[in-house]
Design a protein around this ligand. Structure first.
Ligand SMILES: Nc1ncnc2c1ncn2[C@@H]1O[C@H](COP(=O)(O)OP(=O)(O)OP(=O)(O)O)[C@@H](O)[C@H]1O
Length: 357
């Protein structure tokens, strides 16, 4: 859980109004967020939005043009002043593992350990390898391991110097879907067990939601919302977040009252009051799980697309040219293309934005 806003917080990481980029241009603009001790944060967004650039600034590889980065209340980056990367106590795990091919797994993990004597080092390395379930492969070489195993070694190596913060740059993107799901949960467990905070960069929102306590959704170098996954999905701050996070699309509507909207799907009541005057034209977010099958409903949109996905089927329905939406039904509810299906809206969260065009 994140601390409540009215309590004084002992932040591990504070990023205040950070701007940075390459050459004279700013790629990241006025980014601010804070991470508390033991939390896992995420930078989520489309390709090119600046996720890795923020990570490079956190690691100390990129100077700031404005703002400040503080770690454990110490300033580590300001315009014109940076603590060197190796002095930050920040570990990194990359997409391509970046293991040394000529070193054994044990030597890879122990590479950054300089203070310990030989036997202390071996003991620490074996403890870390046990943590990532690879103690039996200590004397093997990287090329003898699978991608998932190599990424576990990379994590163990990053954890060895006991960093304050770990940065994970798309660490699972070279792995197949099943493995990346399992490994992301394993990594979360390991970090939580050790109480180590992390920032994960990913464009996979399922991974972000499963692994992280706080997520920043980025667009064009700016944070659109920094929040817990539940709020990003159910309380998106703007239209971009609403469209980027989760499935769903917008249908046109008209405000009848602060929490009531009239649309081709009927009157939609919500859980929040908006300040629009009555009659305001709005776009309402409809998620596939907001639509339920109801044999008694008079609303009977037509199936225009159908995607079978095993236990469920995703339907695309059309009421009119302006009003199309998706619905996810258990696959025993089997309808044919062109069929008119009785449905109704069952949305706990009313998400709508004033229509701009
Ligand atoms: N070394 C560089 N020199 C100049 N421009 C760069 C450099 N690295 C990245 N950029 C530019 O900065 C912008 C943000 O890149 P960044 O790698 O931070 O995006 P990203 O969100 O991590 O994208 P992806 O998900 O594709 O990795 C892009 O427009 C990119 O072209």
């Amino acid at each position: 859980m994140s601390p409540s806003a009215d309590l004084p917080v002992d932040w591990l990481l504070e990023v205040n109004n950070l701007s940075c980029g390459y050459g004279n241009g700013s790629v990241v603009k006025d980014v601010s967020f804070s991470l508390s001790h033991g939390d896992i944060g995420c930078l989520l967004g489309p390709s090119g939005c600046g996720k890795s650039t923020i990570l490079r600034a956190l690691a100390g590889f990129l100077p700031l043009s404005a703002g400040e980065i503080r770690l454990q209340s110490q300033s580590i980056s300001l315009p014109g002043r940076m603590v060197a990367p190796e002095k930050r106590r920040i570990g990194m795990v990359f997409q391509d593992y970046a293991l040394f091919p000529h070193l054994t797994i044990a030597d890879n993990v122990g590479f950054g350990l300089h203070k310990e004597n030989r036997s202390e080092k071996r003991q620490k390395v074996m403890e870390l390898l046990a943590l990532v379930h690879l103690q039996d492969l200590a004397d093997n070489y990287p090329h003898e391991l699978s991608g998932g195993q190599q990424q576990r070694v990379a994590l163990a190596r990053a954890l060895a110097p006991e960093p304050t913060l770990i940065l994970l740059d798309e660490p699972f993107s070279n792995l197949d879907t099943d493995l990346r799901r399992r490994l992301s949960l394993d990594v979360r467990d390991i970090l939580k067990t050790l109480g180590i905070s992390a920032i994960l960069v990913t464009h996979d929102q399922q991974e972000a939601f499963a692994m992280c306590d706080q997520v920043a959704v980025l667009k064009d170098g700016s944070i659109q919302q920094w929040d817990v996954p539940y709020n990003l999905y159910h309380e998106p701050a703007n239209r971009f977040v609403a469209g980027f996070v989760g499935q769903g699309g917008f249908i046109p509507g008209k405000a009848l009252g602060p929490d009531t909207i009239e649309s081709e799907l009927g009157i939609i009541h919500g859980n929040r009051a908006y300040k629009w005057p009555q009659g305001t034209l709005v776009d309402v977010l409809i998620r596939p799980d907001d639509i339920v099958y109801d044999a008694d409903s008079d609303l009977k949109p037509k199936v225009v697309e159908k995607t079978f996905a095993g236990t469920s089927t995703l339907y695309r329905f059309r009421c009119s040219e302006d009003t199309e939406f998706e619905a996810l039904f258990r696959s025993h509810l089997d309808f044919y293309l062109g069929e008119n299906v009785p449905v109704r809206v069952e949305a706990d969260h009313l998400i709508a934005f004033e229509r701009t065009a």
